[in-house]
Design a protein around this ligand. Structure first.
Ligand SMILES: O=C(O)CCC(=O)C(=O)O
Ligand SMILES: [Fe+2]
Length: 199
């Protein structure tokens, strides 16, 4: 599936059926408060993943809150919803008309923290993956590229208090990442609201 990603002025246009970006979804003051609250209260963990038969630490901290496990093979017990996360979930659900039952929090401590190229798989078989992603703190580049043609690669900045909806066939045809940055970066928290059915 091909998309025209630039308008006549060469500005990047997100195909709305795949990605919908809302800057200022949360006010500046509320975003500041939520960022500090999450930094102080979330039991952040550095997960390990297998890479070429070796266990490596992921270059960021994370936490999973929700009703079910994020993946059946993920042994972490989901953390119980907090009033702050439930209220953000309700705001997103009212805005999008979508319903979520879990949220993955990523904490990028500085420019050395990152997430490698990946697509988020369908968590409910037969349904297209819908993810609502809220960003707090340091603005970072969100890169995405066509799985079949890596030269088709674009970048948007995810601002403090913004909401990015990822939907439709985005995860099927595109990958995304947060690259490491050579420029010094302050902390950033990203919350991805998801729909999962694992036990
Ligand atoms: O930090 C971000 O904006 C993206 C995180 C992400 O891609 C993920 O958790 O799957
Ligand atoms: Fe992702």
């Amino acid at each position: 599936m091909q998309h025209k990603l630039f308008n006549d002025y060469e500005q990047l246009m997100l195909p709305q059926e795949l990605m919908d970006y809302t800057p200022g979804f949360i006010s500046r003051t509320e975003s500041d408060i939520l960022l500090n609250h999450l930094l102080e209260t979330v039991p952040w963990q550095q997960s390990k993943v297998m890479m070429y038969e070796k266990e490596v630490l992921t270059p960021r901290l994370s936490a999973w809150f929700g009703d079910r496990r994020i993946r059946s093979e993920d042994k972490r017990t989901p953390l119980p919803w907090t009033p702050e996360l439930l209220s953000l979930k309700a705001k997103i659900e009212a805005h999008t008309g979508m319903v979520f039952n879990g949220v993955l929090l990523n904490y990028y401590r500085d420019g050395n923290d990152s997430v490698a190229w990946h697509a988020d798989k369908d968590t409910i078989p037969g349904l297209k993956t819908e993810i609502a992603s809220v960003s707090l703190g340091q603005e970072r580049n969100f890169d995405f590229r066509n799985k079949d043609n890596h030269r088709q690669c674009y970048s948007i900045k995810l601002e403090h208090g913004s909401l990015l909806l990822m939907k439709g066939d985005l995860q099927k045809y595109w990958e995304h990442r947060i690259a490491k940055s050579a420029t010094p970066m302050k902390g950033r928290i990203n919350l991805t609201f998801r729909k999962v059915i694992n036990q």
